[in-house]
Design a protein around this ligand. Structure first.
Ligand code: NAP
Length: 255
C-alpha cells in the first residue's frame, strides 16, 4: 500500500492496461488514489486488470475501455466516452500499449514495419494529442503525460529495427510535446525500460534472456512494478519540475 495517496482525486488513462507493464501501472496508480481508465485493444484483459485495482478511497472509480490506439477515430471515441463517464478529462495519460514484429532488417516485411510504427509511435501521438487538446480546452492547466519508450530506442537491438525506430520516435515526440505544452501546465516525459519480465519478453528464448540477465549490472530482468514505481512518481507532484526527461529503468544495462 502506498504511504500517501499522491494521486487522490486524479483521473488516469493507461493504454496497454490489460497486460504486463500497463497492468502494473494501473494497479500502482490505483494504490496511490487515482481513478483509472484501463485501455486495451483486448477488452477481456482490461477487465481482468480492473478486478485487481484498489478501491481504497471514496469516489475512486475504475473503468475498462476497448480501444485501438493506432486508430484516430478509436482514440477520439475513447476521450468522449471518458468525458461522458467521469465528466472530466484524464490529467494523467500513460501510453504503454506496444507490439513487436521482430525480424532482421534484410528480411523485414513493410507491413511489420508499418504495424509496429502505428501502435508504438502513432498510438502515443494520438493519445498525447487527444488528452492535451481536452486538457487545454477545459482550462485544467495541469497534466502529466508519460510515454513508455525503450532503452532499445537509444542503443538499437538485433532484429528490432522497426521497434527501435518506433521507440526513438517516442522520445522525440515526447520532448517536443514537453516544449509545446509546458505553457499549459502539462508535463511530458518518457520512461525507458530495459528488459522487463512480461508477456512481451516471454516470447524471447530463455537462453537469450539468461544472457541478457548476465549483462545487467543489477543481475536480473526488471519487474513491471519497477516501471510502475517511476510512472507513479512522474504522474505525481513529486516530479513537478521534471518535463522532457527520458528516465532509464534498466538495472544499469547500457550505462
Ligand atoms: P505486453 O504485456 O504485451 O502488453 C502490451 C499491451 O498492449 C497488451 O495488452 C496488448 O494487447 C496491448 N495492445 C497492443 N496493441 C494495441 C493497440 N493497437 N491498442 C491498444 N492496446 C494494444 O507488453 P509489455 O511488456 O507490458 O510492454 C508495455 C510497453 O513497454 C510497450 O510499449 C513496450 O514496447 C514497452 N517496453 C517493454 C519492455 C519489456 O522488456 N517488456 C522493454 C522496453 C519497453 P494484446 O496482448 O492483445 O496485443
Amino acid at each position: 500500500m502506498a504511504a500517501t495517496f499522491r494521486l487522490k482525486s486524479r483521473l488516469a488513462l493507461v493504454t496497454g492496461g490489460g497486460s504486463g507493464i500497463g497492468r502494473a501501472i494501473s494497479q500502482r496508480l490505483s494504490l496511490e488514489g487515482a481513478s483509472v481508465a484501463v485501455v486495451d485493444v483486448n477488452i477481456d484483459s482490461a477487465k481482468d486488470t480492473l478486478q485487481s485495482l484498489c478501491h481504497g478511497l471514496v469516489g475512486q472509480a475504475h473503468t475498462a475501455f476497448q480501444v485501438d490506439v493506432s486508430q484516430s477515430q478509436s482514440v477520439s471515441a475513447l476521450i468522449e466516452q471518458i468525458q461522458a463517464q467521469y465528466s472530466r478529462s484524464p490529467c494523467i495519460a500513460i501510453s504503454s500499449a506496444g507490439i513487436t514484429r521482430d525480424e532482421f532488417l534484410l528480411h523485414l516485411a513493410e507491413e511489420s514495419f508499418d504495424s509496429v510504427l502505428s501502435v508504438n509511435l502513432k498510438g502515443p501521438f494520438l493519445i498525447t494529442q487527444a488528452v492535451a487538446r481536452a486538457l487545454v480546452a477545459n482550462g485544467q492547466n495541469k497534466g502529466s503525460i508519460i510515454n513508455i519508450g525503450s532503452i532499445v530506442g537509444k542503443v538499437g537491438n538485433l532484429g528490432q529495427c522497426n521497434y527501435a525506430a518506433s521507440k526513438a520516435g517516442v522520445e522525440g515526440l515526447t520532448r517536443t510535446a514537453a516544449k509545446e505544452l509546458a505553457r499549459y501546465g502539462i508535463r511530458c516525459n518518457t520512461v525507458l525500460p530495459g528488459f522487463i519480465s512480461t508477456p512481451m519478453t516471454d516470447k524471447v528464448p530463455q537462453k537469450v534472456l539468461d544472457k541478457i540477465s548476465g549483462s545487467i549490472p543489477m543481475g536480473r530482468l526488471g519487474k513491471p512494478e519497477d516501471i510502475a514505481d517511476v510512472c507513479a512518481f512522474l504522474a505525481s507532484d513529486d516530479s513537478k519540475y521534471i518535463t522532457g526527461a527520458s528516465i532509464e529503468v534498466t538495472g544499469g544495462l547500457f550505462m
